[in-house]
Design a protein around this ligand. Structure first.
Ligand SMILES: [Zn+2]
Length: 400
């Protein structure tokens, strides 16, 4: 088994090693500073004998290095180098994740880690449990405080039967061997972890949350975060976005959240009022007469579709009445109806409209409706149905 130099000295980026065996593109060394990945932290890349290492992993307890075009032989001494800026960023991200999770857990003791993903592209912590924005705000402030206090990150192995393990965040079923590798961050946190960490928290250089994604099947929250200069870059952009939002809202940054909550409530109230007014409009429509038949028609924006259906059903109770309505909001919606004594198949008329609008529809002979998430052709579809309805009524009037 290769000597794990990444544990002996996590800051070692260049080393000499002997090739123990070669299996295709897989190289096995007697010692390695390449971290094979684990604890949610991505494995290293770099070079061996000046050949790029594209992947490092663990197979049957042995660390393998995948090298493009391997021409190496057993016994060869090689100079190896890991991609240090990439690795150092992963170490900072990984240690930052320990601090961030502990800070979040201070806000909600029931919070549980589902998954950790620390890669060169993205740093994510997946958790289950409730988190309010206020809790997140407090947690990220605490995490930065711990980072800037410059706490020592200490690593030690403790036996699995030690009482000390009760004080540590650990998933017992994930532990292998007789001891657990414990990573302590000052007095703030202790967790069992196989990853590679920085020695002092100040090296992380700050942490910021860049995105919160909720309601996934796998976890309640995916918390994406950044560390170091990237954290400062994203936090400064987000702070200006927040200031601009406050300016647009005509309020202070402290009042952005209550202002939006109030605006949303009043906008909901207004749209409910508007929807009721739309239904009233339909009630008061003046029909176009074709002989003794009447056509009630209108293009509406933002109707409550249940109320629209109720209003249309009321209209077609009148003798000789027909309706063609279209609502353009959240896509397009068509409604075709006629008094049940008329020999008109509204489903056939709707089909003409749906052919233009797209989407799905159906109903009864004297009352049919359909909609599409794309409302861009709704007016055209409405026009075609209305024209077809008028043609039918004109013909029926002539035959009388
Ligand atoms: Zn760790």
């Amino acid at each position: 088994m290769a000597v794990k130099l990444y544990y002996e000295d996590p800051y070692l980026s260049r080393f000499e090693a002997e090739v123990v065996s070669v299996d295709g593109n897989r190289i096995y060394l007697d010692r390695t500073a390449f971290y094979p990945g684990g604890g949610g932290q991505q494995g290293d890349t770099g070079s061996i004998g000046e050949k790029p290492v594209v992947e490092v992993g663990m197979d049957g307890g042995e660390i393998f290095h995948v090298v493009e075009e391997s021409l190496f032989e057993q016994g060869q001494q090689l100079s190896c180098e890991i991609d240090w800026p990439r690795r150092y960023d992963l170490m900072k991200g990984h240690t930052g994740q320990h601090i961030l999770f502990r800070s979040l857990q201070e806000q909600n003791l029931d919070l549980a880690v589902v998954k950790i993903d620390i890669t060169s592209d993205r740093k994510s912590l997946f958790v289950n449990g409730e988190l309010s924005w206020d809790a997140i705000r407090k947690a990220v402030a605490k995490a930065n405080q711990v980072i800037f206090e410059d706490n020592q990150v200490a690593i030690r192995d403790i036996p699995l039967d030690s009482e000390e393990l009760e004080e540590v965040r650990v998933k017992i079923d994930r532990l292998k061997g007789d001891t657990a590798r414990i990573v302590s961050i000052g007095d703030f946190d202790a967790a069992a972890c196989s990853g590679v960490h920085v020695a002092k928290t100040s090296e992380i250089g700050g942490i910021s949350i860049t995105r919160m994604i909720s309601g996934r099947q796998t976890s309640d929250w995916e918390i994406q975060f950044a560390v170091g200069p990237e954290a400062i870059m994203s936090a400064s952009i987000l702070s200006v976005t927040a200031l601009s939002a406050a300016d647009l809202l005509g309020t202070s940054i402290e009042n952005v959240e209550p202002t939006i909550t109030n605006l949303r409530a009043s906008s909901q109230q207004l749209s409910e009022q508007l929807r009721s007014m739309v239904a009233e409009q339909v009630d008061n429509l003046e029909p176009e007469m074709i002989g003794s038949f009447s056509v009630y028609y209108k293009i509406i924006h933002g109707a409550d579709r249940k109320k629209l259906t109720e209003a249309a059903s009321k209209l077609i109770r009148r003798d000789g009445a027909t309706v063609v309505l279209c609502d353009i909001s959240e896509g397009g919606y068509l409604l075709v109806g006629c008094n049940e004594k008329l020999s008109i198949d509204c489903r056939e008329l709707l089909k003409i409209g749906m052919g233009i609008l797209g989407g799905r529809g159906g109903g009864k002979r004297n009352f049919a409706m359909g909609g599409s998430p794309d409302g861009s052709k709704c007016e055209e579809a409405f026009g075609a149905v209305l024209e077809a309805m008028k043609e039918l009524l004109t013909m029926q009037h002539a035959c009388k």
